[in-house]
Write a protein that binds this ligand. Structure first.
Ligand SMILES: C[S@@+](CC[C@H](N)C(=O)[O-])C[C@H]1O[C@@H](n2cnc3c(N)ncnc32)[C@H](O)[C@@H]1O
Length: 316
């Protein structure tokens, strides 16, 4: 790294970009490349708004040193920027985050931010909703913002993740409308029924888990590991969701780029796949009636009992 510190906002960001490229960092936790990551860390460290880059603005030596220190931590620890800054953004919404929970980034969040476009039901038709595998609580909070009459259950098996979710509920002043539930999938939800269930469960398959870049290894294994074929959670959700949906209720599940494999494993289920920035193979939608009409939610077995197809790392 250079001995003389750059003294403009743009100069700092350009230095960060160069150093990040030289260090071979991996992105995907809020930004997708070295330039955006360096700009984000620069603006954050300087306490500047994130939507403009005042490239020529000069900064004091002390403030420049603060930026460089953040760059150095990013490189030395190979930790996602969001864990260093303890914040993650979904659209205009800011969430607290630390290493106890997955850094928020979900195609379901992207779809919620386009509310009321497909696949979402009328806001007034949702009285109770569930965010299964809530992690930081980000999707439960977006549900509460768009389904203004709904009470939301935010469920996760991890007490650590639920502690992070609790911080976010308080910051968004939604603790009265969202109930945190510690449960192994639906197990402790007993007979509760919902008009809408969303879930971004763990879905990275075992071979990909073994090859995860260091940044992704900083996240809880429980949040990523989806079993041998990445579909362990999908199997549980498809077999149990109907019992927890009200008539007309909707299930929305993120599964990585697994459309081909999911459709091959459940050939009789009429999945709908809304478009996302990752393509039309990442999130599926089913109604309770779809699940019941087909009456078969068990997966078809592939060769030697394996399910086939491909999932990806968690997006962005
Ligand atoms: C991919 S993260 C999703 C977090 C959050 N919904 C988001 O979109 O950022 C998956 C979450 O599922 C939780 N999880 C893993 N196994 C679970 C289980 N058996 N029952 C409930 N939650 C589980 C993990 O603790 C983790 O918080």
């Amino acid at each position: 790294m250079a001995n003389r510190l750059p003294r403009t906002v743009g100069g700092l960001a350009r230095s960060g970009q160069r150093w990040f490229i030289d260090a071979g960092l991996t992105y995907g936790h809020g930004t997708t490349n070295a330039r955006d990551e360096a700009i984000y860390l620069t603006l954050h460290a300087l306490g500047l708004p994130l939507d403009v880059l005042p490239a020529r603005q000069t900064v004091s030596a002390a403030r420049a040193a603060r930026v460089i220190s953040l760059f150095k931590q990013r490189i030395a620890r190979q930790v996602p920027a969001a864990y260093l800054t303890q914040e993650a953004w979904l659209g205009p919404y800011r969430f607290y985050i630390d290493e106890r929970a997955l850094v928020p980034r979900s195609y379901i969040a992207e779809l919620l931010l386009q509310f009321p476009a497909f696949p979402w039901p009328e806001s007034s038709s949702v009285g109770r909703a569930l965010d299964l595998c809530t992690g930081s609580g980000c999707l439960a909070i977006l549900l509460a913002k768009f389904f203004r009459h709904a009470h939301i259950d935010a469920a996760d098996i991890s007490g650590d993740a639920l502690d992070v979710a609790g911080i976010n509920l308080r910051r968004h002043r939604l603790a009265r409308r969202i109930t945190l539930v510690q449960t192994d999938y639906f197990h402790d939800l007993n007979k509760r029924r919902y008009d809408l269930i969303v879930s971004n469960p763990p879905y990275v398959r075992a071979d990909r888990m073994r090859a995860l870049p260091q940044e992704y290894r900083r996240e809880p294994v429980l949040a990523l590991a989806g079993g041998r074929d990445g579909l362990d959670a999908v199997r549980i959700i498809l077999s149990q969701a109907a019992a927890h949906l009200n008539p007309g209720g909707l299930l929305v599940v993120e599964c990585g780029h697994a459309r081909e494999r999911v459709e091959r494993a459940w050939p009789r289920l009429p999945f709908l796949w809304p478009d996302t920035s990752g393509g039309d193979d990442c999130v599926f939608v089913l109604s309770r009636e779809d699940l019941l009409r087909v009456g078969e939610t068990g997966a078809k077995r592939g060769p030697r009992g394996a399910r086939t197809g491909a999932t990806d790392l968690k997006p962005r």
